[in-house]
Ligand binder design. Structure first.
Ligand code: HEC
Length: 180
């Protein structure tokens, strides 16, 4: 006679988990939005002034924007399996998710992870676009190739094609059920 009760309890738990998952997906996307918006704006402004300005924009504003948005227990960043800047190395919890995206090119759905200390993580793929090719594609133009080589001697972020996984955005934040 106890089985139905256990089944009901399990169903309730699963519904609760699914609900938490949905809430964290929404929260992660919301926290990431300004980072994406500001990066995109910096890139477009830089490209309008000429590719070498865009390198500067990407180099200076990426880390700066990430830092300005990382407060109140929230951290945001970008990483990749083939990095240009080694300081963008992936936090440990992001690695298995990055691997899962690489293993299945059809899987581009955002994901959440439960982290220690009542924190949650959110990850979203970054897909290569034609706009990115001058700096991450097969053949960089000479005016870009040289400054990039000088700034990033260990650059591995070239040879990407439109539609390919370029990397991921990630966000860490306190879970809703965390004590204030
Ligand atoms: C004008 C050159 C330029 C263009 C165009 C450009 N990037 Fe970058 N990208 C860079 C530079 C420079 C860095 C290193 C930034 C840093 O030091 O954090 C970088 C870093 C990155 C990173 C962080 C991970 C890493 O490898 O260090 C990602 C992800 C990325 N770019 C994706 C893109 C995508 C997607 C596009 C197109 C929407 C794009 N980039 C367009 C120059 C460019």
């Amino acid at each position: 006679m106890r089985r139905p009760i256990i089944a009901l309890a399990a169903a309730a738990l699963m519904a609760g988990a699914a609900f938490a998952n949905e809430a964290e997906l929404a929260r992660g996307a919301e926290l990431l939005a300004p980072f994406k918006r500001e990066l995109q704006a910096a890139l477009r402004e830089g490209l309008a002034e000429g590719p070498s300005h865009a390198i500067g924009a990407c180099r200076l504003s990426g880390p700066q924007i990430a830092e300005s948005l990382s407060r109140d227990g929230v951290r945001v960043g970008r990483t990749s399996h083939r990095l240009r800047n080694p300081t963008n190395a992936s936090p440990g919890w992001v690695l298995p998710i990055l691997d899962a995206y690489l293993a299945n090119a059809d899987d581009r759905a955002p994901r959440v992870a439960q982290l220690e200390e009542r924190r949650a993580g959110y990850v979203e793929p970054i897909v290569m676009q034609p706009l990115c090719e001058p700096c991450h594609g097969d053949s960089l133009s000479p005016d870009l190739a040289q400054p990039i080589r000088e700034l990033y001697p260990d650059d591995r972020a070239v040879g990407f094609h439109a539609g390919e996984l370029r990397g991921v955005f990630w966000v860490e934040f306190p879970r809703d059920d965390a004590a204030p």
